[in-house]
Design a protein around this ligand. Structure first.
Ligand code: PEP
Length: 258
């Protein structure tokens, strides 16, 4: 079935608000004819100006993290409702930098997932195994647990609002990219897991993105694979011209697939 295609840029902790709007201004004419949905996960302070600037354009603005509580005495945290009010449409959850550097557990990510849905933010759930887990043959076990716990007790009709991103930890910011065949094998496994958890029809409709040291040259082969419905790009998304190049290559190379 035809699924939505996505190109998601994750800016991490880069760019001021001013730089964010300059970026979008440069990006817009370059992606006018591109095929994927273009999402930008920007720093909190850039959500309001970027979403205002991107209003009525094809670019969608979102956040990179949120707290699981509606509100409360959590110094330095941010709530989903605040992101929504600022103009975010989606939120990345479970990014490996959150799991590893900020010690987020599957349980915490699950609570954030529920809250994001309650606050009408589309969750982009990241799953991925470390190099150690990969080398010890635990990739499938780790991914299944990350996915199963995020979706635990989430109503099926809500769960399929998500986008899933396979981001092998060994490929993030390291320059190592999973080959299209390896990525496809994992994506097919993830789709089987989704099918078991949510039913085949819903699983077939969920877009699964690949992420990890992605560069414009990698688009062709990756998104041609049956279960790879787009990419989540970190470092390479910081330059609007590089992101646009990915979007354009993407369009060319998915014409036959979708
Ligand atoms: C990411 O941060 O989600 C990511 C994929 O980073 P990079 O492209 O820099 O590896």
């Amino acid at each position: 079935m035809a699924r939505e295609l996505y190109l998601v840029g994750n800016w991490k902790m880069y760019k001021t608000s001013r730089e964010a709007t300059d970026y979008i201004q440069t990006l817009l004419p370059l992606i006018a004819k591109s095929k994927p949905n273009v999402f930008l996960a920007v720093p909190y302070t850039s959500i309001a100006p970027a979403s205002q600037f991107a209003k009525e354009t094809s670019v969608v603005i979102g956040a990179q993290n949120m707290n699981d509580a509606r509100e409360g005495a959590f110094t330095g945290e941010i709530a989903g409702l605040m992101l929504k009010e600022a103009g975010a449409s989606f939120v990345i959850l479970g990014h490996s930098e959150r799991r590893q550097i900020f010690h987020e557990t599957n349980e915490m990510i699950h609570k954030k997932f529920i809250r994001a849905l309650q606050d009408d933010l589309q969750p982009i759930l990241c799953v991925g195994e470390t190099l150690e887990e990969k080398d010890s043959g635990k990739t499938e076990e780790v991914l299944l647990e990350q996915l199963r716990s995020a979706l635990d007790r989430v109503p099926k009709e809500d769960a399929n609002k998500m986008i899933l991103a396979y981001e092998p930890v060994w490929a993030i910011g390291t320059g190592l990219v999973a080959t299209p065949k390896i990525a496809q094998k994992v994506h097919a496994f993830l789709r089987t897991c989704l099918s078991e958890l949510l039913g085949k029809r819903k699983a077939d409709a969920i877009s699964i993105l690949y992420g990890g040291s992605f560069k414009p040259d990698h688009v062709f082969e990756l998104v041609a694979e049956k279960d790879i419905d787009g990419v989540l790009v970190g470092g390479a998304s910081l330059d609007p011209k590089t992101l646009a190049l990915i979007a354009m290559n993407f369009s060319k190379n998915t014409q036959e697939k979708k």
